[in-house]
Design a protein. Structure first.
Lengths: 231, 334
């Protein structure tokens, strides 16, 4: 089963090609260029270097969120375009789960995945590893650093912090109460390799049913709801 | 040549199939008007989210309506500029991935060029050269269409678009959003000389450039003044006077341009071309001047993908294709 994985939920964009759980090729762009210009050419280039026509793909995996709204839509729209044209299914995976799969997946390890969600929040999910597989401890959510701190303290483990919110988390948490370590840079950020690994255990859906999980309403909707509450 | 065309520049998601630039085989549209109504205008983030949700079902429906299989598609065209950037990005990234996977050319199309090309779908005999006035909620532009892909902007608005002027006037009159149709409807019950509204002109060079913000402000001030003083506002009269003012600003310049260039054909395009006063005034002016008027039916005036497929055909003929690095742009010269 040949999978193309796309990741564009934050500053970097990356693409990977997997045959089952084996990575055949990987490319990343972390120079601040727009994903709309770089992601698809990377995917096209990987397939060409592998001498594989796109028609050989069995499915496309992509981060469905959380993350940059625009970034997510670029990856999702590309996944939908490819899947629609090739008539193959898609797999949308949690950005935070993909992030965990890109980290130190070692038995017993506790993984705290966090992205800076602004507005005083983190997008976060907690995982551990058993028998070489990720075990999810929480759903994906938007959460304040203070709430996250009490959860981490309650679990009393040493935690590995992953994601672009790792430093923010490290600096905010009271480290006298909970042991936290920032993963080294190459393991810290979500990428297409993690997306492909996270997609392995998941059932694909038709391209039309592939939906993003922003975890947050648009600003206009939030403000409207707030106004309705106060009125 | 059968072109699959995608449009997502504002609040309409559309996918069409057009053959040889002139024949519409499918023209599917999902309008988001209901999603934006409660906000009194298009919310870019909501628009972009909606485009992503409906684009695949629309593409499926377009193929089905056209009675085609994916392998029958010869090229993919898409609006790549101008528009709400988050919205345009969805269509561009879907279209370029589909083109790549289908192994067919990708054709980027300027949204306003698409509006102009709606005339080719409505009028099989129409060919350049002609003068075209493109009027919508986001654009107001007078164009010398010298060839299918050879265009020169004669003049454009320096500030608000004509459609924006209608939308904002409709808001202060309490007519809701979008404002074009309710203003048009209300104007039919009023006298067009009820209010003496300004027809701002731009006096620093180009006689074809326009300005609508002063007209909009005049309407807003009249409405606010009436509210503050408790005087009754003749809303139908104000709507009719507004339609007349906008129409006079547009029709006069367009006819001047046709006379200057010596073109027998005058075309109108874009959502504001649905306004009945503007249509009637153009019909009368063209008849008086002995020129032929082309205004597409209402369905082709608003945003749609068939017009992108039509223009896409001529862009392809001119060699204007793109590769998988195609980006979307909020603004772009015609």
């Amino acid at each position: 089963m040949l999978t193309l994985a796309l990741e564009s939920s934050a500053k970097a964009a990356s693409a990977a090609v997997f045959e089952e759980e084996k990575m055949l090729a990987f490319a990343i762009q972390n120079a601040g260029l727009t994903h709309s210009r770089t992601l698809l050419p990377m995917a096209e280039g990987l397939m060409r270097q592998l001498d594989l026509p796109l028609s050989r793909l069995d499915r496309v995996a992509v981060s469905r969120g959380p993350g940059s709204f625009t970034g997510l839509r670029i990856g999702m729209a590309e996944a939908k375009g490819l899947c629609w044209a090739l008539d193959i299914p898609a797999v949308g995976v949690s950005t935070l789960e993909a992030m965990a799969w890109g980290g130190p997946v070692l038995d017993g390890q506790m993984l705290c995945c966090c992205m800076d969600a602004r507005r005083g929040q983190l997008y976060n999910a907690l995982f551990t590893v058993e028998g070489g597989r990720l075990v999810r401890l929480t759903p994906d959510r938007a959460i304040s650093a203070a709430e996250l701190q009490s959860e981490l303290i309650a679990r009393q483990e040493p935690w590995i912090l992953l994601g672009d919110g790792a430093e923010l988390c490290y600096n905010t948490l009271d480290r006298s109460q909970v042991a936290v370590f920032i993963a080294p840079e190459p393991l810290r950020l979500q990428n297409a390799r993690g997306v492909a690994l996270a997609a392995l255990g998941q059932d694909p859906v038709p391209a039309g049913e592939l939906m993003p999980a922003y975890l947050r309403l648009s600003q206009a909707e939030r403000e409207r709801l707030a106004r309705m509450k106060t009125e | 040549m059968k072109i699959l065309a995608v449009e997502s520049s504002c609040d309409e998601t559309a996918v069409a199939v057009v053959e040889d630039g002139r024949k519409v085989l499918a023209d599917e549209i999902f309008s988001q008007v209901k999603l934006h109504e409660i906000y009194g205008g298009v919310v870019p983030e909501i628009a972009a989210r909606s485009h992503l949700e409906v684009i695949v079902p629309l593409a499926d429906r377009a193929l089905k309506t056209a009675g085609l299989a994916r392998r029958d598609i010869d090229a993919v065209a898409c609006t790549y500029a101008p528009g709400l950037i988050g919205a345009v990005l969805v269509g561009v990234n879907f279209a370029k991935s589909a083109a790549l996977a289908l192994g067919v050319p990708l054709i980027p199309v300027h949204h306003i060029r698409g509006h102009i090309a709606a005339n080719y779908l409505a009028f099989p005999g129409l060919e350049p050269p002609f003068v075209c006035l493109a009027i919508s909620g986001g654009n107001t532009m007078l164009v010398d269409v010298r060839g299918y892909t050879d265009m020169r902007v004669l003049g454009q608005t320096r500030d608000d678009a004509a459609g924006e002027c209608f939308d904002k006037s409709a808001r202060v009159l309490g007519l809701g959003y979008p404002g074009g149709k309710p203003i048009d409807d209300l104007s039919k019950q009023g006298r067009d000389d009820a209010y003496d509204l300004p027809r701002p002109s731009v006096n620093d060079g180009n006689p074809f450039d326009m300005s609508f913000s002063g007209l909009k402000t005049a309407v807003v001030n009249l409405a606010h003044h009436a509210e503050q003083t408790g005087q009754p506002l003749d809303k139908p009269g104000l709507a009719a006077s507004l339609c007349r003012a906008v129409s006079e600003m547009l029709v006069g310049r367009t006819m001047d341009a046709a006379r200057m260039l010596g073109y027998p054909a005058v075309a109108v395009a874009g959502g504001v071309a649905a306004n009945s006063r503007i249509r009637a005034d153009f019909a009368a002016a063209c008849q008086a001047a002995g020129r032929t008027l082309y205004v597409p039916p209402l369905r082709l005036c608003g945003d749609n993908a068939a017009m992108i497929g039509a223009q896409g055909y001529y862009e392809y003929q001119a060699g204007h294709t793109a590769d998988s690095s195609l980006n979307a742009y909020a603004t772009m010269e015609l």
